[in-house]
Design a protein. Structure first.
Length: 285
């Protein structure tokens, strides 16, 4: 009986993230079914959302149901091994960048802004040189990586870093993962449980094999506006490192910090983040 009540309570909490106006759709990209949400609004600009490590399109629930943002076409995909998308035999950085590029190409988007959170921000930067018709990049909680790769420069010491690349996670570790990055832990814990566990392990191998492009150089050479947004209480990103990077197209020539937010400001302070995203889009229309 207690288990039934707990299950019901969790469903009630998750219910507020259900997006009735969004269409559940799929595309076949690199022989994998990629699930995505689409409001199908006819607008001049689309916004494509790329989620983070062991998350899903639902991590953008507060953006996808925002009234003002719904004046634009909103599209949020589940990366391979996440959410409702197919699992892959092997997860590599090229797989994810090819998925992002292939997905955007398949929808034949004419003008779009791409939003990438955390690991999704890295995939966004990695994909940027190949993204056709992208008019702006909105990065949340990601620290651009240099080559040679020194993770300790870009990110602060944290027990969470090990969990991001660990295959099997215990209940305690799942809770630690979620509470380290957001106050909306139920949503994130559910996403972590639904992620193909081998993804995290394979990702570490791919990075170790040198399959990552130089993100610092990519942003140096970017020709579209780049917004860099962080939760003021993010315990992962070394924003001092980011502030010292050369990003000629950095929007407003400064990093943006959101109050009362951890690593996931899109969940912790959605009104503030949504307003910034709208300002960004209006400035580049």
């Amino acid at each position: 009986m207690l288990q039934i009540l707990l299950t019901f309570a969790i469903k009630l909490v998750l219910f507020k993230y259900v997006l009735f106006h969004m269409k559940n759709k799929t595309q076949i990209i690199n022989n994998l079914k990629i699930a995505y949400l689409d409001n199908e609004v006819n607008s001049n600009i689309a916004i494509v959302f790329i989620h983070g490590n062991s998350q899903s399109s639902k991590s953008y629930a507060y953006q996808l149901k925002d009234d003002l943002l719904n004046n634009f076409r909103l599209i949020a995909l589940d990366l391979p091994g996440h959410g409702d998308s197919d699992s892959a035999t092997n997860y590599t950085l090229p797989l994810f960048t090819n998925t992002v590029v292939g997905f955007c190409d398949s929808l034949k988007l004419k003008n779009f802004v791409i939003v990438g959170h955390s690991l999704g921000g890295h995939f966004t930067i990695q994909s940027l040189p190949k993204l056709k018709n992208c008019i702006g990049v909105f990065i949340i909680g990601a620290s651009p990586l240099n080559i040679p790769l020194i993770i300790e420069d870009a990110y602060l010491p944290s027990e969470l870093m090990a969990l991001l690349f660990k295959k099997e996670l215990t209940k305690t570790e799942i809770n630690q993962f979620a509470t380290s990055i957001t106050t909306n832990t139920v949503l994130i814990e559910n996403d972590i449980k639904n992620t193909d566990a081998k993804f995290r392990e394979h990702l570490a191998v791919s990075i170790g094999n040198g399959e990552m492009h130089n993100e610092v150089d990519i942003l140096k050479n970017a020709t579209v506006p780049i917004a860099m947004v962080f939760g003021i209480n993010d315990s992962l990103v070394n924003t001092n490192y980011v502030a010292n990077l050369t990003i000629p197209m950095l929007w407003n020539a400064q990093l943006i910090f959101i109050e009362n937010a951890l690593h996931c400001p899109q969940l912790d302070s959605p009104k503030e983040l949504n307003a910034i995203l709208i300002d960004f889009i209006e400035s580049i229309k």
